[in-house]
Design a protein around this ligand. Sequence first.
Ligand code: SF4
Length: 232
Amino acid sequence: MPGIDPDITGWLKHSFIDYPGKVSTVLFFSGCNLRCPYCHNPSIVKNLLPPVPFAKIKDYLALRRSIIDGVVISGGEPTIHQSMLPVAASLRKEKFSIKLDTNGLNPQMIEKCNPDYLAVDIKTSFCRYSELSCVMNDCKERLTDTLEIVRKMGEQAEVRITVAPLLIDDSVITELADILKGVAKIYLQPFNRTSELLDPSYKELEPVSQEKIQEYRDYIEQITGACKIRGE
Ligand code: SF4
């Protein structure tokens, strides 16, 4: 399939945690339209890794059809690549369930992909995405459209919020809790500074305390009835 190979630059052959209820393989598409300082995949975001041939992935999956039942399309940000669509279609044709991990900035691509499960990362206030190098002037509208898709998908979609210092605070949580009404599953995840980060200076920042994260969880739960801390 011409045009696909250059965009997949990482591959986790087996995962028990990336697709709820399924054993999955995870494909990492290169590049991203954001630059989150706490990003754990700087090499993928900066497109520094060699491509993984899609034919190799398909051959591998064909031999493990009885073990692996889902494919996670992740990144980087997969929705910046048109090639994500034929990849998803090709794997769906082989009866694999498709999960899409995205930052939510491309609702049209999400709709075209039509994943069986959707995970959307919300980073901060919709008005503050320029701090993540977002150059779109309509990112608020785009994220709002994506959340509409999330609501329609019910239990088959989730929103994730990394509680990162400087990007998440009391006022952001208050705003997001209101925006996220009607979303079936919301997860808060602590900021992890132990691995390589896109902005190494973020390693010097103190993570938000567990008590504060629990306070945020309680607040969002009160407004939406749908919030948990990842891993609890
Ligand atoms: S965390 Fe996700 S959205 Fe942010 S830079 Fe990394 S891949 Fe892109």
